[in-house]
Design a protein. Structure first.
Length: 488
């Protein structure tokens, strides 16, 4: 009897296993996303006690960071593959959730399996599944939010309110792009509110939907104020690597441009044509039409907003959320209005997703595409890779590793690093001198400003230090090593 209960879930579980296998395959081919490198480096530093506690609890985004730290405690040989598999597990569980929702909406076993296969095998969803924990948590947040919005205007059940609230909170603390999506959704939540509530009590309705997210944000700001002295200090901890952009602003085309703005709009049509088919066929079904419009408008506004603030991950990653939006449509659309033509549009989205991946010129997407095709995978950031090689095998390194945690991930350990949480680093800060054998400093003109080492030794990057010789010279970073002739 137990086997019969789980038998229908065999196919979605196979799809989940395929995502995990793909993550391992890409890792063996040398692909590790920039966000995973950043997260792995921060986690290695935390597990080694080289980051101060206050920097851990005030880091943003907190959800993937906390998840990685927990994973590191249970994995004695913590590596990037652990993060990749964790992301794949989240993607696989989402596929199972899709299947269960499809079956609950009345689709047959074959139809639900076919819909899951079309959604899962969409190349942009596979791109998101191998990006990292944070981006898959955005997918989960959007899934919960979309499920709630499709039913909220029709019935205003407590469960729907909870789904929207939980989904928004999850997105806000999963990824910088997720936080911007939450802000982008605010005007469009009015589309899915019951008409009488929107007319008579819009503010209480907004508060009910946003209370968990607001409460979590205020709590996080309070923690920042207690430990750092500034409630908005977490904003400064957001890095390009944490957002999955890579450190080189010139490579990737992630910023605002007419090409990206136009491609963002077209990408949602290409990846999830079912959204527009359902909107057109929802004649006489105002609540469902408003829900589709709210999901589409939120994604599009989130893309534009993230480009404005410089946290646009890539066109293919942002458009992958349209796959989850399409899944919510199928899960909530009345079974009497579903037909084979509209379900087949999910398959058309696979073609659109494949085309989008070849149009997307972001550096991270190009690396992913090369790994999928079995070609040589370029490094995420050549300068950080060179810096990691320069520090490999060295000891007594004074380095603000929190400014470039990917270096620790590329180096594969934090051994010999004197970072901000170590006594040696604090002594150097107090005395303005150090006995370190290696000094690593960032260029204050790099666009990111000086790191902590540069603030302790303001002239180090330009002039070096007595007793040290330059061993690595980059546009953003330099490494000085103690000379054999002169003692430091």
């Amino acid at each position: 009897m137990k086997w019969r209960a789980f038998a229908p879930y065999l196919f979605p579980l196979v799809l989940a296993g395929a995502i995990a296998a793909l993550s391992v395959l890409l890792w063996t081919r040398g692909y590790v996303s920039a966000s995973n490198l950043d997260l792995q480096g921060r986690t290695l530093l935390t597990l080694s006690g080289m980051i101060r506690f206050e920097n851990v609890v005030t880091a943003f985004p907190p959800l993937p960071y906390i998840s990685a730290i927990g994973l590191g405690y249970f994995s004695p040989l913590f590596n990037a593959i652990d993060l990749a598999v964790a992301s794949a597990v989240l993607a696989g569980l989402l596929v199972v959730a899709w299947f269960r929702a499809f079956r609950g909406n009345g689709l047959s076993l074959l139809e639900a399996s076919a819909a899951c296969a079309a959604l899962t095998l969409n190349p942009v969803f596979l791109r998101a599944a191998t990006e990292g924990i944070g981006f898959m948590l955005i997918h989960w947040g959007l899934w919960l939010t979309a499920l709630g919005t499709f039913s909220l205007r029709r019935g205003e059940r407590v469960n729907d309110l909870m789904l929207v609230s939980a989904g928004l909170s999850l997105m806000a603390f999963a990824h910088p792009f997720g936080m911007l999506l939450v802000f982008a959704s605010l005007p469009f939540l009015a589309l899915v509110m019951p008409a009488d509530r929107l007319r008579n009590a819009p503010i209480p309705m907004y508060l009910m939907l946003l209370f968990p997210a607001i409460f979590c944000l205020l709590s996080f700001m309070y923690v920042n104020w207690v430990f750092v002295g500034e409630g908005t200090a977490f904003i400064a901890t957001i890095s390009r690597e944490a957002a999955g952009l890579g450190a080189d602003t010139a490579a990737g085309g992630n910023g605002a441009s007419w090409r990206n703005l136009l491609l963002s709009f077209v990408s949602l049509f290409a990846v999830s044509p079912v959204l527009f088919a359902f909107f057109v066929t929802a004649r006489g079904m105002g609540p469902l039409r408003y829900a589709v419009l709210a999901v589409f408008a939120t994604l599009l506004a989130g893309m534009f907003l993230s480009q404005t603030f410089g946290f646009f991950p890539s066109v293919s990653l942002a458009a992958s959320l349209g796959v989850t939006g399409a899944a919510a449509c199928v899960a909530r659309w009345p079974i009497s209005r579903l037909n084979r033509v509209e379900l087949n549009l999910l398959t058309a989205g696979v073609i659109g997703g494949a085309a989008l991946l070849f149009v997307d010129s972001a550096h991270e997407t190009e690396r992913w595409r090369a790994a999928m095709l079995g070609r040589n995978v370029a490094v995420s950031d050549p300068e950080l890779s060179g810096l990691a090689r320069a520090l490999t095998g060295r000891d007594r390194i004074l380095f603000d590793a929190e400014a470039a945690p990917a270096v620790i991930a590329l180096r594969e350990d934090a051994q010999g690093i004197w970072s901000s949480g170590t006594q040696e680093f604090r002594l150097a800060s107090l005395r303005n001198r150090t006995v370190a054998e290696v000094l690593v400093v960032r260029n204050r003109n790099s666009g990111l400003g000086s790191d902590r080492i540069g603030r302790i030794f303001p002239t180090l990057y330009d002039n070096g230090a007595s007793g040290y010789r330059l061993t690595y010279d980059g546009a953003r970073w330099r490494v000085y090593e103690a000379s054999d002739e002169v003692q430091p």
